[in-house]
Design a protein around this ligand. Sequence first.
Ligand code: CU
Length: 165
Amino acid sequence: MKRLNSLACAFALACAALAPIAFAADHGGEQGPVGIADPWTRPTPPGTPMGVGYMEISNHTDEEIRLVGAETPKAGHVSIHETVMDGDIMRMQSVKGGLAIPAGETVKLEPMSYHLMLEQLKSPITEGEPVPVTLEFEGADSVDVELRVQSMDGSKQMDHSSMEH
Ligand SMILES: [Cu+2]
């Protein structure tokens, strides 16, 4: 009997050790560890080499993740940019090392802030033609999204192509 008891005990320990792993894999629920909300872009005039990408990225894990890259069949290259004020001059710069999204938090890619820069566009971005993008993360699996094409919003629009890189 003693032997059986210790065997049962060993099983219990093994289960206790496995339980947290199973829980961690489930974490984030059905949405997965990374949540993307409101992915959108703007139409581009013919000949414009660059487009933008905006969205909200939520990190449902317990560890920081990083958006380190993106790909789309629509563009030759995608960069992660940040718009900053340099005195009175607005300019864009690469986000070095990727865009960190702290555990449990949401980071917005939006006008005048972080954005995806779709470079070497192969054809203009037009309304009604969503742009598929694969987001690459460090600390999480890649995520496929579709950028909804949304017209410029009047007075606040910026001519991205004239901005200094
Ligand atoms: Cu940019």
